[in-house]
Design a binder for this molecule. Structure first.
Ligand code: NAD
Length: 260
């Protein structure tokens, strides 16, 4: 379905972004990977994906806190593929602390990566998408784009912000072939969440397994983690023609979190 299309997936060297990049590549899209990590390992990942899926795979290590890096990433994708059809704004970070102890530097970093980077990328790619009258902008928000949890003020603010941004872009492009939507995962077992499991295990002297059960139990009625593969499949769906009239929505994949 996506043969001939090209996609940037930010934060795709691990976790959800990698699952989404794999799903888009499996469907035929050329992919620009982005994110941090070990250079040789990323080279290996890029080469393996290109062989496995028979698509072009490029990489740019742009730091999503830096506007100049984001510009360079968009240029790299344009240079590698000649155009950009799909952007998945996935890179994101978390910091957990009560508001009164929340360091400004961490607040700024969370807002920069989770909210400002998607704005900068969208602003850069939208003109060419509108010129071809086809494009997909998919923002990986969170259940925290709809509801809050304690000690996550910057993250919750950034994810509510990205939901608002998603709706605004969807309205501005509503009469065109460009759509903008969001996906709102609940708990997904990735390095970002493993850090929170580790912290809980240390704090409450639990095993890794017991801490995982406790983390899910508080919030996610299915008692199972959502997976990067499930989020990849939903992303592919949002890129399909069937989804061309879905605009400005936030689709939960949350094991029932938001149903409570
Ligand atoms: P992760 O930590 O596994 O991966 C994050 C990716 O972003 C990595 O590739 C990392 O290298 C990259 N990254 C981090 N800082 C970056 C920067 N400054 N510039 C460029 N790349 C950077 O995280 P994840 O759990 O896969 O999360 C991905 C997205 O999904 C985030 O937006 C997160 O908020 C969202 N999300 C995750 C969960 C979950 O349970 N894991 C739930 C809801 C939403």
């Amino acid at each position: 379905m996506l043969k001939g299309k090209t996609a940037i997936v930010t934060g795709s060297t691990s976790g959800i972004g990698l699952g989404i990049a794999r799903a888009l590549a499996a469907d035929g899209a050329d992919i620009l990977l982005n994110g941090f990590g070990d250079g040789p390992e990323i080279d290996q990942l890029r080469d393996a994906m290109a062989v496995q899926y028979g698509v072009k795979v490029a990489y740019c290590g742009a730091d999503m806190t830096k506007a100049a890096d984001i510009e360079r990433m968009v240029e790299t994708a344009n240079h590698a593929f000649g155009k950009i059809d799909i952007v998945v704004n996935n890179a994101g970070i978390q910091h957990v602390a009560p508001v009164q102890d929340f360091p400004l530097e961490r607040w700024d970093a969370v807002i920069a990566i989770n909210l400002t980077a998607p704005f900068l990328i969208t602003r850069a790619v939208l003109p060419q998408m509108l010129a071809r009258d086809w494009g997909r902008i998919i923002n990986i928000a969170s259940v925290h784009g709809q509801v809050a949890s304690v000690d996550k003020s910057a993250y919750v603010a950034s994810k509510h912000g990205i939901m608002g941004f998603t709706k605004a872009v969807a309205l501005e492009t509503a009469t065109t072939g460009v759509t903008c939507n969001a996906i709102c995962p609940g708990w997904v077992l990735t390095p970002l969440v493993q850090q929170q499991i580790d912290a809980l295990a240390t704090r409450e002297q639990l095993s890794n397994e017991d801490a995982s059960v406790k983390l899910l139990g508080d919030k996610q009625p299915s008692q199972t983690f959502a997976s990067p593969e499930q989020l990849g499949a939903l992303t592919v769906y949002l890129c399909s023609d069937a989804a061309c009239n879905m605009r400005g929505v936030g689709l939960p994949v949350d094991g029932g979190w938001l149903a409570q």
